[in-house]
Design a protein around this ligand. Sequence first.
Ligand code: 13P
Length: 251
Amino acid sequence: MRTQIVAGNWKMNKNFAEAEELIGAIASEMEDKQLKCEVVLCPPALYLEMASDYADESDFFVGAQNVSEHDEGAYTGEVSAAMLNSVDVDFCIVGHSERRKYFHEDNYMLANKVNRLLDHEIITIYCCGEVLEEREKNIHFDIVEQQIKESLFHLSEDEFSNIVLAYEPVWAIGTGVTATPAQAQEMHAFIRKVIKNKYGEEAAESTTILYGGSCNAANAKELFSQADVDGGLIGGASLKAEDFLTIANSF
Ligand code: 13P
């Protein structure tokens, strides 16, 4: 069976004290739950070390929201994969639509980020997804396929086993408009087919594909019940311990 994952992308929210409170609440509430998925918390970079300290005593993993495409050196403000590794970060989100839009990250730059993470044994959560206009033009499958090919298909099959995919239709992010379970399933099955064509059946069947975009405590169960939806990448609803853990308990 594929690894099921619920990951919380906190984006640029919470000060240090609030972050510690939320991590502490999630860690303690997880203790009496038998979750069927792996839980990944992706707080802002400043709190990763603190999250790792909590993770040592708990059952969740720690993820970063971004990484530099460079190894080290004169890149003011950037955080490298080696730095993430040095504070025991397990996962890193790459290619979120907010980074593509506001920071002009393209598929080839994202391929470099994936390479840096592989060098330092950090699992990539690679985000793909179309904007509304692309769906309306019926080119959403082409867009997602291109995002995956250009950022990931230089990898060997072995390297690809360190990738988690996250389908996040941009029109569903932070809007309250969720993809229907059928829309999510359709795209996830397509993504699995794209992987199969490149890496074969076994790789395709073992790749975890998450859904993200207005996923919440009320709709997670139906989304996660779809055959090719292996969990979620959660934004807004990951900022409250109770909601986030309800989602993580939705398998
Ligand atoms: P929302 O859950 O707030 O729509 O955000 C989804 C997302 O962007 C997760 O990476």
